[in-house]
Structures are given as C-alpha cells and as structure tokens.
Write a protein that binds this ligand. Sequence first.
Ligand code: TPP
Ligand code: MG
Length: 591
Amino acid sequence: MTHSDNRPGADGGDAFVAAFRAAGADYLFCSSGSEWAPVWESLARRHRDGDPAPTYLDLTHETVAVGMATGYGLLARRPQGVLLHAAPGLLQGSMAVHGALLAGVPMVVASSESTTYGDGDGQDPGGQWYRNLSIVGGPHHVAQPFTKWANEAAGIHTLPTMITRAAELAWRAPAGPAYLNVPLEILLEEWDGREAKPVVPPGATHSSPEEVDPVARMIREAENPVIVTETAGREAGGFEALLAFAEAWQIPVVEPDSAVCANFPRTHPLHAGSDIGPWMDEADLILLVNCRAPFYPPSRKPSKAKIVVIDQVPQRPHIVYQVLFADVYLEGNVANTLRQLAKRAKDLDEAAVSSRRAAQAERHTAEGEAIAAAEAKAAAATKTAAGSGAVAETKTTAGSGAGGGVDPVLVAATLRELLAGRDGIVVDETITHSRVVKRHLRTDAPDSYFYVQGGLGQGIAVALGVKLAAGERPVVLTVGDGAFTYNPVIQSYDAARSYDLPVLIVIFNNRVYKSMNLNHRRFYPEGAAAETGEWLGTDLHRLPRLAAFAEPFGMHTETVDTADALTPALERALKAVAQGTTAVVDVLVTR
Ligand SMILES: Cc1ncc(C[n+]2csc(CCOP(=O)(O)OP(=O)(O)O)c2C)c(N)n1
Ligand SMILES: [Mg+2]
C-alpha cells in the first residue's frame, strides 16, 4: 500500500462530473459519503475555474436526495444524478428509489464499494470500507430489484460511457432509475480529461397508420366508449394530447383512484370521475391510456367491451402481476398515438355521439352537485361539531382542544379556493384522504397534481424537488399525520431552507393511522380488539404538535382545530410561502 498526496488534475471524480454534465443532468442530489471526495474536488475546481458543472445539492438524508430527484424529474422528465453512500446509503435511499421506479422518473443513482480494501497500490480508501461498508455481491445487486438496470463501472475507461448508458436507459420508456456502482478506487484513478459527448434525447416512436386506422374504426363504431388513464399526463404533451383526443371523439375520461398525476382537467365536462365500476358492464370500448392496473381484482373482466391499450410499454417489467385483457395494443409514444387518433376523428356517428354526450353531461352535473353537497355538508357538520364540542378526539396533546376539528372535505375545498388562478401544484401523500384531495381540489392543468409513489415518508422531499423545477408556481404538500411522521422532517426542512424552496405543507391530522385501523376492523369486525377497544399499531395521539418541528427552522407554523380558523390560517401560510418561507399548517381533521 503506498500513500500519495492528492493528484492535481483530472481523475475519476472529474470524469463522473463531466459525464453527468454531458447527460444533461441539471442537478446532482447528494447524500454524503466518503467516496464523493473526488466529485467534490472536481466541483470545487470547476467552480474555482469557472468551468461548467451540474448544480450540486448537499442533502442530509438519502430519502431527501432521491425524493427531490423524483420531484424534479416529474416535471423535467430528464435524468438527474443522485449520489448515495456505499451499500448503507443505497439501502437507506432504496424506498425512495423504488418510489421513482413506480413513478416512472428517470435518474441515475450512484454509490460505491471498495475493490482493494486498502491492499492496492493507490490511495487508501479507508478501513471503514473493509470493516463496515461492503455488501456481498456488491451494491448493484442490492439495487437490481428496484431499479430498471443496475451495474458496476469497473474501470476508469468505461466510467463516463457507463454513466451515459445508465442515463440513456433511465430516460427511455418506461422511464425510471438506473443504478451504477462506482468503486472509490475508480473515482480516484487518473483520467485523461476527455469531455464526454453530450447525450441527446431518445428518438420518437409512433404506431404505424396500419395499426392506428383500425383503432379509429373501432372508436367510430363504438356507441359507449370510455378512456381510462392513470398516467397519460406523465408523458411530455400527454395531458394536452389526451384532452384533444377526448374532445375530438367526445369520449368521457375516467381517472381511477390509481391515477397518480394530473391527466385531464377535473373540471372538464368530459371528466367522468374515478369510478370505472359502471363502465365494466356498459362500455363497449375501453381505451386504456397509460393504465397499468385498470381492473380490480385483476380477474374482473369487462363484460362486453373491446379493450385497446395505448401505452409505450404496456407490460411494465417491474410489476409482479398485471392483467390488461387487451384486444389491441398501440405501443408508440402515447402523446403521438393520441394525436394520430385525434386527427382521425371524422365522420362520427352523430346520433351515438350526442347520446353519449348527454349521458356524460348528466354524469358531470351529478358529480358537480355531489361535490358541492359534500362541501356544504362538511361545512354544516363542522359547525355543529364545533358548537357542541362533540368531537372528543381533538382534545389531545396535539391540539389546543378548543375546537371540534375540521372536516377534511373543507380542507381540500378551501385549498382549491385559495389556489384558484395561481397555477399551483399539489403533491399528495395522504392515505384515507387522498380521494377527498383529488375530488375537491379539482386540479385542471398539466403537472398540477402528483401522488407520491412507494412507501411513506418521501412527500416533503418530492414536494421540494417539484418546487425546484416549478419556479414561481406555488407547491402544496398534503400529507397525513402518519405519513408526515415517516418523513425525514429535519433533513427535508434543512433542504427547503438551504436551497430557498418554500412550500406549503398541510397535514391532515386525524391522530391515527386510519387506513390500517380500518383494515383491522374489516378483517376482524367482531374480534377481540373490537370487543375491548384495544386497537394496536395505529394510534398517534401521543405525538407532540406536528407544526412545532418547523419552528427551529424559522418557518411559518399554524395549528388549526376549527373550521373558522382554517381559511385565515391557510391564507397566512400561503402569504409566507409567497414571501419565501416554508409554512406548515397542521389541521386537526374530524376523521
Ligand atoms: C414506509 C412505510 N411504512 C409503513 C407503511 C404502511 N402504512 C400504510 S398507510 C399507513 C398509515 C398512514 O397514516 P396517515 O398518514 O395518518 O394516513 P391515514 O391512514 O390516517 O389516512 C401506514 C403506516 C407504508 N405505506 N410505508
Ligand atoms: Mg392519520
């Protein structure tokens, strides 16, 4: 083992930075580890010399690094770099990497191993790699099940093009995270300083006219067609293309509860809500547009509808079990396919179109009335409860105990009113309130809504990443009290403050893991817990005031337990956000 001083000039760290720059990464999201010294050195040198590099973000938790890359990628739709530490950092970040896989967000995640353990000729990697940080099989084997592709850059000569390859793989449909193990020894190795060739975007794919024409014919001949989509809006131009397609053919659009982004304006007359149920027997044509899991249980087959699947990669390799019942696949780029189909909307059967337009108008009016009725009921119920003090649940350590709590419907409806005309973006990490959030927020613009994918605890980071990409657009995170508690709150707030990313966090605080308690009750309606009231595993009344954790960061905080206090509190919070401060509004909800 020989020791030598740090070499001046280019090494693997510099090759790494150059390759990410060539891949078009705007950001390197880093949760630290000793392997990144060569990258930090390269960045310091580039900053000193005025040489270009992706913007580097120092983050203090792996979930924050990956979650922010996810949020940013949801809008940017191009691969970014994520730097984690060895196997442990990868393991800590793995839940969020899995979330990025589910969300279809491209990124290149890198971490290290040692290949010499101090017995090589080069610099000493440090004994921690020998004793603590290695994992049998290498970290790329750990990453394999929750990434699109995972491998090792085993030499300095292949490192830059391995990063290019990982980025190109991550970018292509279905987009997702690729993982690269870059051994520390490679990062420290001398490099010839060649700048990598810029990576160009993937080429376009189109379904052929021979494939599209028969589908246009099927649509023309259908009397009661319906579009069902989970993620059409995730594609660049997908939201607009779906809108044009649905309008051209006058086909209603269902966004089932499994829809995880804004796909179609929720206020549009052709928006047909979230329930595919009535269509299972009535529709004669179902157009599944980026809809990976339309039917539940998966064996529940529509009784008479033909099924057209419009999806660039319908069989998602990461989904374990998937049943689509397709009669036809159109596997060109989804936005392109929708545009091709919209162009073919000619010679429509006017009688069929007007009868389905009338049926949809009825549905749309009924849904609008139901939403208004739910909001009126929520307002009335909350007033009654507050007046009588009937909601005992709020008298906890979490709140002042003065109010009766706020109906969650009111929270979502108030947010909608306050965000109107502001081009806001909602990131949602609620569980039992997620339907309420979607239904009453009624987002109607592209990239205006994202549901956090994968395990709980990434919401704040994803919202920060969205804010990083969204510029002036206000970003709101709606989050359950349980989900909030899974977040690395301190580290996320640190990122929000350090990088000037003000967001509004609204906690739907019911003091319980309600979803899991409901499952317990469903599985054992007359069980011992129901008899004795001993509901294990789900109670959160013991938690202190959740907004308080933002106070050391100088953020704006509110705790709301009456309906009357809600609007002023949210207004103050939004004002604070507009002035550049993250605001946390903990709303004690009635259920
Ligand atoms: C990382 C992770 N751990 C555990 C779970 C299991 N889980 C699903 S829902 C839930 C409770 C969420 O509570 P909250 O956010 O308060 O929403 P509520 O159920 O009250 O609507 C938990 C713990 C999970 N989804 N992810
Ligand atoms: Mg809860």
